[in-house]
Design a protein around this ligand. Structure first.
Ligand code: 0O2
Length: 263
């Protein structure tokens, strides 16, 4: 039997996973920076352990020399979304990228698995440059809502605990839980606008307050003491009123003052 050098085999996958994590986290960060809605809530990654790879190869009768060509999820990232309709937006983001090639898409949301599993999977071919040269590897991107993920993580642990043979009674309850999670997603979709507006407002307020505090700190180097007292009092008043328009106007006023004092 061929001996597998796991360190050598897994390293490119780890590199690919790190790069993919960074790229999708940057996309999310950029959207937030530009003040546009980000369909990405969080991104995580995992590298399949040798024991899991061997299990899968055994189950699918894949010989060791074909592991890299046939096991598509040695490197995997998971993109979590707040709402079901964000999933399609993330899928479109992946489809338009030039730095990865889609090999296959599996829609387990429309075609829910008998277990109750819901998720959107994209298998990609991803090029990497390593110290040993360039190569292309297969990787899996799983896209699902937080509710779908909550269910899948719990079911995965139980499947592992019962070695795939979850008792019938427990399986039935799990299937009910999957439906409940999907119902939650549907209900959340009906108040989506309300939630996203509130989140946007919270973010705008946070950024405004940061700018105001930066300006106040800088003005200490130029403005008179009495003037600073007034500014601090005004800020506390406006802060207590929680009125976003007043915060905006106050921020503008401080921007002008900062210009005047060249701080
Ligand atoms: P791990 O530990 O996450 O790596 P399969 O034949 O079902 O083993 P295949 O053909 O490679 O898998 O593709 P598929 O069905 O798209 O599944 C790939 C991965 O999706 C699985 O990897 C799981 O992470 C997840 N998945 C698929 N079906 C289910 C399910 O019913 N429940 C849960 N919780 N997750 C699922 P691994 O290798 O099974 O596991």
């Amino acid at each position: 039997m061929e001996i597998i050098n796991w360190k050598e085999l897994l390293y490119p996958y780890e590199q690919a996973m790190d790069e993919l994590l960074l790229k999708f986290r940057c996309l999310d960060k950029e959207c937030r920076h530009l003040g546009i809605y980000s369909p990405i809530d969080s991104v995580t990654g995992r590298l399949k352990k040798p024991a899991s790879i061997l299990d899968k190869a055994g189950r699918k009768q894949i010989p060791p020399e074909q592991i890299e060509a046939k096991i598509e999820d040695i490197a995997g990232i998971r993109i979590l979304c707040q709402f079901v309709e964000d999933i399609e937006k993330v899928v479109d983001m992946v489809r338009t990228r030039k730095d990865m090639r889609i090999i296959e898409e599996r829609d387990y949301i429309t075609n829910t698995k008998p277990s109750g599993y819901r998720s959107y999977h994209i298998i990609i071919r991803y090029p990497i440059s390593t110290a040993l040269g360039s190569k292309e590897i297969l990787a899996e991107i799983q896209i699902r809502t937080n509710a779908m993920n909550f269910w899948a993580t719990a079911e995965h642990s139980l499947r592992y605990k019962y070695s795939g043979n979850i008792p019938e009674n427990l399986q039935k309850r799990l299937t009910n839980c999957a439906e409940a999670a999907f119902h939650l997603d549907r209900e959340m979709a009906t108040i989506r606008e309300e939630i996203t507006n509130a989140q946007r407002l919270h973010e705008i307020r946070g950024n405004l307050v940061s700018n105001i505090l930066d300006n106040i700190q800088s003005l200490h180097f130029g403005a008179k003491l009495e003037e600073m007292d007034e500014i601090n009092k005004e800020f506390v008043d406006i802060w207590n009123k929680e009125d976003i328009d007043e915060l905006k106007a106050f921020n503008e006023k401080l921007n002008v003052l900062a210009e005047v004092y060249r701080v």
